[in-house]
Design a binder for this molecule. Sequence first.
Ligand SMILES: [Zn+2]
Length: 229
Amino acid sequence: MVTDICTGDARGHLMPWKRVSSKVKDHEIFIHKGIFEPLNELCEQAYDKGFNLSVCSGYRSFQRQANIWNDKLSGKKPVLDALGRPINIENLTEWEKIEAVLRWSALPGASRHHWGTDIDVYDSAAMPQDYELQLVHRETVGDGIFASMHEWLDAQMDRRHGFYRPYESDNGGILPERWHLSYAPISKFYSDATTLTSLERRLCESGICLLDTVLQNLELIYKRFICVD
Ligand SMILES: [Zn+2]
């Protein structure tokens, strides 16, 4: 069902993506079957320009996103400010904690990675052997390690390939993520199908941290952090 795909509860639409480097955080990468060909084409064109466009994150399940969410709110993983510095969330209100986490991480059930149409990319050709991938803004601009590939991507993001960056600029919601690409011809469909009602229903079945406060503010979260298209 489409709603299961939207919330990261389905896998039937996925296929493995083999361009995996041992340096990335996800060992197995799955993508939506429908993006295989356009992604291959984008990679080949990048290769012609000397870049090795590699995917470090594709599909992510509801449970996986819930683990990230819970780890951040329980202090197991750091919560960062807009500049990437760790924040002490202990003295924040529940809503302030949620807001802080949402700047960097999607609400479980509402991650674009649930769909398999969205990927995080880097240029493995630019990486020295011992380089640890960080996925931060400074890697993608100026003299950043992946800036050249992203400058090339800037010119490709006219939807010629169908790919675009849903998190291009900071509108007070999710911080800019130049590494996050989305295949519009398919992701638009799931974006439209992610409704407030279906999301609320899925969250009510989950035991995520601060669920009550999330539900009380769900409409606000939906407008500010989820509806980006
Ligand atoms: Zn991403």
